[in-house]
Unconditional design. Structure first.
Length: 577
């Protein structure tokens, strides 16, 4: 059955479509002459269309009138309802624009977007929608009352749960763990299942497809909030009803082997799902709040990440220096930066470069994010007294050649790692500091003697991730004098820089994808001498420049000059002073 309204007597309607609407409705027996007079009197005061007035007065049904109204305009028509709306395409038209033109994106087939419109004959609106969506527009007539009822709700994503799962395709999705597997074969079967199961599966699928690193499910008074972290930034995705939240959390707990009865303590778990013919791991954490439990699911999609050092985007001159550091037979190599700056990816890529069958490589991580071949990976478990420091001491009795320590969190771990580096092991680890020079200060503040640091340290890599300007909506602008002053570009007032205007492809952020920036300090004789003398940070930074290595800010500015990122993104990520 067609979704679009068709008249009961098509041939007769075509013959009389040039008659006024009121006369045609009388001829068809839908209304009487007295009803028409009543509607015309009401229309003179409200200014609404005749068909809308008849429906508002209860003199005719929407399904009876729509075909005649559409025929008079030369368009198809439909009764607007939630089941017609694909939530994955609604945001192709920004909400402000949808209200301005009184329209709503319904669904997309190939390159054609079907749009419900109160005025489908508005060519200016159609041209504008075609430009911003880059799609062919198929306008469909709807009544303004129906559109007003659904437009706000559609953008808030407060659909029924069965509606939001409309984006699933026929490919198999498996959700399970090592002991059991739950198979969901097709969308037709899913529609008959639990709405909560459908919602959770929808979030997993969309999170993977949109390249999210984390899925946040947060409780609220009227709605729960679902947000995806994409390119390091959180973005609101759905706002289901609040009464769905507890059931969704319970479903996720079951999948993650957590205790669903325990709601007052934080819990951790994990599961895997087969999505789009590949296996994706999900690491799950729950946290009790005053309004309910918050859930965060970390997406670990091996297919979307490469552990190839040559493909990380490290500039050639810096890449050569990093490989020289990693080829050392022993020493401590630290990768520094805030959470979410790509440190783990750099560590794994470094391990992939140095591993071979003649080397015994052992890692201690909290938790183990990706499983690697030819590498022995140990997970920290505080419940069993398996800390970084205790695990590291045990690893040293396993005849290792290369040791990866997920993070140096305390002085005990730092002392053990340095001792391992001094006794002939290559040790890789991470630390939370701003840049390479401040890493040395941080180790001293932890209580490590400068002479030990200078003897053990082989190199430091400081890094950040900056967002790329979206190529689809990329434009140029002249930054403000204040912004130029912050990055030391006092004389660049006539230089244009790139930025994104925002479009459906980048979800109106102006950015799509990320690129790494790196600051690499090789610890040579000069640097060792500066460390032993407790030299100021500026002297260490001067040595970094002498090695030919740029600072994080200079690397980010190079990307801005090349139009890869925006100047305000450079300030957000790499401006520390």
């Amino acid at each position: 059955m067609s979704l679009l309204a068709e008249p009961k007597n098509r041939s007769r309607l075509n013959q009389n479509h040039r008659q006024p609407l009121g006369e045609r409705l009388i001829q068809e027996g839908i209304i009487s002459a007295s009803m028409l007079e009543q509607a015309l009197r009401e229309q003179s005061t409200t200014g609404r269309r005749l068909g809308e007035t008849l429906i508002a007065l209860g003199l005719a049904n929407e399904s009876d009138l729509l075909p005649f109204m559409a025929e008079g305009l030369g368009f198809k028509a439909t009764r607007l309802r939630e089941g017609l709306i694909d939530p994955s395409v609604v945001h192709l038209i920004p909400q402000a624009l949808a209200k301005h033109y009184k329209c709503l994106a319904l669904f997309k087939v190939r390159n054609e977007l079907t749009v419900a419109m109160v005025e489908p004959q508005n060519l200016e609106a159609i041209d504008h929608l075609r430009r911003i969506t880059k799609l062919s527009i198929r306008p469909i007539l709807v009544l303004p009352t129906a559109l007003e009822r659904l437009v706000d709700r559609s953008y808030e994503a407060d659909f029924s749960v069965d509606t939001v799962t409309a984006d699933f395709d026929d490919r198999e999705i498996q959700v399970g763990d090592e002991e059991n597997t739950i198979n969901i074969d097709h969308v037709e079967i899913m529609a008959e299942g639990s709405p909560v199961v459908n919602l959770v599966n929808f979030l997993l699928l969309q999170g993977v497809r949109q390249g999210a690193s984390d899925i946040h499910i947060e409780p609220g008074l009227k709605n729960c909030l679902v947000r995806f972290r994409v390119d390091g930034q959180l973005r609101e995705v759905l706002k289901p009803r609040a009464d769905i939240h507890a059931a969704a959390v319970s479903r996720i707990k079951v999948m993650s082997k957590m205790d669903i009865a325990e709601q007052r303590k934080p819990q951790d778990g994990r599961f895997h799902a087969r999505i789009d013919n590949r296996t994706v791991d999900f690491r799950v954490s729950t946290l009790p709040t005053v309004q309910g439990e918050k859930v965060v699911m970390r997406i670990l999609d091996r297919a979307s990440i490469s552990f190839d050092l040559d493909r990380l985007g490290v500039p050639e001159d810096q890449l050569g220096r990093l490989k020289t550091i990693l080829r050392r037979p022993h020493g401590l190599v630290l990768v520094t930066g805030p959470t979410g700056s790509g440190k783990t990816t750099t560590l794994y890529s470094s391990v992939e470069m140095v591993k071979n069958v003649s080397r015994n490589i052992i890692t201690v991580e909290d938790p183990v994010e990706y499983q690697l071949e030819l590498i022995n990976q140990v997970q920290v478990q505080s419940s069993r007294n398996m800390t970084f420091a205790s695990a590291l001491r045990s690893i040293l009795r396993q005849d290792p050649d290369v040791i990866l320590v997920g993070e140096i969190r305390d002085v005990e771990t730092a002392e053990t790692a340095i001792q391992a580096a001094l006794t002939g092991h290559l040790v890789l680890s991470t630390l939370h500091t701003n840049d390479t020079a401040s890493t040395i200060t941080r180790l001293v503040d932890m209580g490590i003697a400068p002479f030990k640091i200078s003897a053990a340290l082989a190199g430091i890599v400081a890094q950040r991730l900056v967002r790329r300007v979206c190529s689809n909506c990329k434009t140029t602008h002249f930054p403000s004098a204040e912004m130029l002053k912050m990055v030391g570009y006092h004389d660049r007032t006539r230089q244009q820089f790139s930025r994104g205007q925002g479009c459906p492809q980048c979800h109106d952020t102006g950015f799509r994808g990320r690129r790494g920036i790196y600051e690499i300090l090789e610890v040579n004789h000069k640097v060792r001498q500066l460390i032993q003398e407790s030299a100021p940070l500026d002297q260490i930074r001067e040595e970094l420049a002498a090695q030919g290595g740029g600072s994080l800010l200079s690397q980010a500015l190079r990307l801005a000059d090349d139009g890869i990122t925006a100047l305000d993104e450079v300030i957000r990520v790499a401006h520390f002073e």
